[in-house]
Design a protein around this ligand. Structure first.
Ligand SMILES: [Zn+2]
Length: 318
């Protein structure tokens, strides 16, 4: 198998104190009630996260694998990747990886949303795959959310993924509490735009996890069949996707880069899972008056771009 091309770029890394002040000031314009602070990362092995590691800290990295051009206009089913390989490609074997991607249709037999939560294999330890897959339930057209490890033992995914990787260690992180949305943008877009406005052409990347504690959210799941006819516009992609309103609590995995330093990056991508059978790709909350967000974030030191498409476009990146 041919090795995928790997590119690497150093990000601007603000101090946690500075970034938390920037977010506090900006989020006030978009949420009625905002509290941003630097805290010890809560133990993420506990509810509602149940991650295989305690924290988000240690060599934080952003990874952008493949891309939407492998999905639309027409799918390239041979685009499959492995998170254990990705961990080695980003020089972090054993990395803890969170993020948003597509399932491997070779393994799953269908197209699906992939919600990676993986501690990659290392010399000391086999991989721990705590990922979820959200797909359209063939029985009723609703959401079918399953733990990946209930059926499969690999760490594959397909087509594209936006990932936040770290050593999964405890440590200091930025805590964001934001309630009652007053602006138009979703929580992640809002933070990305605040960071872009403040840091300008110095790209800052951030990942972590947040919980929509109260309210509901607009979430999509890709249909089980890839489109037989080319999807050439955002409108055609949106007509192909299946949209749902899902309820809190939703545990979300955001990956953002304030701006693309020229690697054809997807600048934000967030998937979510829950413990009540719902999950998928986050667009926004649908209950601005009652929504409550609680998140933990860390700025990344590096971006890795793996298997960047030769021919690209901006369709389907919402
Ligand atoms: Zn997605």
């Amino acid at each position: 198998k041919k090795m995928a091309k790997v590119e690497k770029f150093a990000l601007h890394v603000p101090s946690l104190e500075e970034l938390s002040r920037v977010l506090q000031d900006g989020l006030k314009e978009n949420f009625a009630d905002v509290q941003v602070s630097v805290v010890d990362c809560p133990d993420l092995t506990r509810d509602p996260f149940n991650f295989p590691v305690k924290g988000l800290c240690g060599k934080p990295r952003i990874v952008d694998v493949g891309g939407v051009p492998y999905l639309v206009p027409l799918v390239q089913k041979d685009k499959v990747y492995d998170l254990n390989t990705v961990a080695k490609q980003i020089e972090l074997p054993g990395a803890f990886i969170l993020g948003a991607g597509a399932g491997s249709s070779k393994i799953l037999g269908v197209n699906a949303e992939f919600i990676p939560v993986v501690q990659a294999e290392s010399e000391q330890k086999p991989a721990v795959n705590a990922s979820y897959v959200a797909q359209i339930n063939p029985a009723d057209g609703g959401c079918l959310l399953e733990k990946y490890s209930d059926k499969y033992s690999d760490c594959e995914f397909g087509l594209l993924a936006n990932l936040y990787a770290s050593l999964g260690q405890p440590g200091k992180v930025i805590e964001v509490k934001a309630n009652k949305r007053t602006g138009q943008c979703n929580f992640v877009t809002c933070m990305r735009q605040i960071i872009e406005k403040h840091y300008g052409d110095k790209p800052v990347g951030m990942g972590g996890t947040f919980v929509i504690q109260k309210g509901k959210a607009k979430i999509h799941i890709m249909p089980p069949e890839f489109s037989a006819c080319p999807l050439n516009t955002d409108e055609e992609v949106n007509n192909w996707l299946k949209f749902f309103e899902m309820k809190a609590p939703l545990i979300c995995q955001p990956v953002l880069v304030s701006r693309d330093p020229g690697f054809d990056l997807r600048v934000e991508h967030t998937h979510c899972f829950s413990h009540h059978g719902e999950g998928g790709h986050y667009h926004n909350d649908t209950t601005p008056d009652s929504v409550q967000y609680l998140g933990y974030f860390l700025p990344a030191e590096l971006v890795f771009r793996i298997d960047r498409p030769k021919e690209s476009h901006m369709i389907g990146r919402d």
